[in-house]
Design a binder for this molecule. Structure first.
Ligand SMILES: C[S@@+](CC[C@H](N)C(=O)[O-])C[C@H]1O[C@@H](n2cnc3c(N)ncnc32)[C@H](O)[C@@H]1O
Length: 293
């Protein structure tokens, strides 16, 4: 079943630890992944570790509150060897602030104190790559996190995390009902449904590591950008009736994608390159006039 709902959190961890996770969720995840060695690099009140120990699984819990910083310290160095499962449950969206509120003093690298969503997306990617490095080939790494809507905008931390990790490694996305949600659910005029779920996102580290993960990610992002350019140009040509002069097409593209153009000074050359490269999508009717193929 890819939807989990456990209204009770069980005896594990601390019920007073805000944003904690039901121990039954970890029981489920362990039943799917059957780890011998498990690591939780943001273990909070220790729910996952207690569940693991009860099941006879060797488990290591790390957290900023006890001196481990996932943005600075290698999980692998701390644990000493790669694990079968490395699963985090990070704070997201600043709904619950941990350092300085749940424990100790405010810490700049606390993921609940990110200055913006982009800051969080980038730091979570770093955390996940750190987890991946600490995972055995053929093992599983993952995260439990939700999305957030505020001021009418919905931010999908889950979608960003998936987009920033190797897509061929994605193994499962499971929905986890959230019970007793007290914050982050302000209802706006549209009366949209309250967010009462999180996701468990799992990736499998390949058995044979033939290519470097950074080159995989760079290629993935490059392909995404190339495809987006194709979509932007095709959409502009569609809205011009399917054919156009280059001049009108430039004007339409500029209107449709201002932020994309800010990033690319040679954008007119880029438009021409897109037209010339994608022969299945575009063709030149005559010099300077292009149409959708
Ligand atoms: C949602 S809580 C985890 C709760 C846990 N699953 C439980 O049931 O108790 C998130 C944890 O991430 C930790 N954290 C935040 N930033 C961190 C960082 N940079 N490195 C390691 N841990 C961090 C916080 O201290 C907090 O304990």
């Amino acid at each position: 079943m890819s939807i989990l709902s456990f209204p009770k959190r069980g005896k594990w961890g601390k019920s007073s630890w805000r944003g904690n996770c039901s121990g039954y969720i970890y029981q489920e995840i362990f039943s799917w992944t059957r780890p011998q060695l498990f690591v939780d690099p943001m273990c909070g009140s220790g729910t996952s570790i207690e569940v693991a120990h009860e099941l006879g699984i060797e488990a290591v819990g790390l957290d900023l509150h006890s001196g481990f910083n996932i943005l600075r310290d290698s999980i692998l160095d701390n644990v000493g060897r790669q694990a079968d499962l490395v699963l985090s449950h990070p704070p997201y969206g600043g709904m619950i602030i941990y350092s300085g509120e749940v424990w100790g003093e405010a810490h700049a690298d606390d993921l609940s104190r990110c200055e913006s969503d982009d800051d969080f997306h980038q730091k979570l990617q770093l955390a996940l790559l750190n987890q991946r490095e600490a995972t055995k080939s053929g093992g599983v790494y993952g995260t439990i996190l939700g999305d957030w809507r505020r001021a009418g905008t919905y931010t999908s931390y889950m979608a960003e995390a998936i987009a920033r990790m190797p897509k061929d490694e994605l193994m499962a996305v499971v929905i986890k009902a959230q019970h007793n949600v007290t914050s982050g659910n302000t209802v706006y005029r549209q009366k949209l449904p309250l967010i009462q779920h999180e996701y468990i996102v799992l990736w499998k580290k390949p058995k044979l590591l033939q290519v470097n993960v950074l080159s995989v990610l760079a290629k993935q992002q490059h392909k995404r950008l190339t495809q987006t350019w194709l979509v932007v140009v095709r959409l502009a040509l569609m809205s011009l009736g399917g054919k156009s002069t280059l001049g009108k097409l430039y004007a339409k593209v500029a209107e449709a994608a201002p932020s994309r153009l800010e990033q690319n000074e040679n954008w007119q050359a880029k438009v021409r390159q897109v037209l010339q490269m994608h022969t299945a999508d575009f063709y030149a009717i005559e010099r300077g006039i292009w149409a959708i193929a």
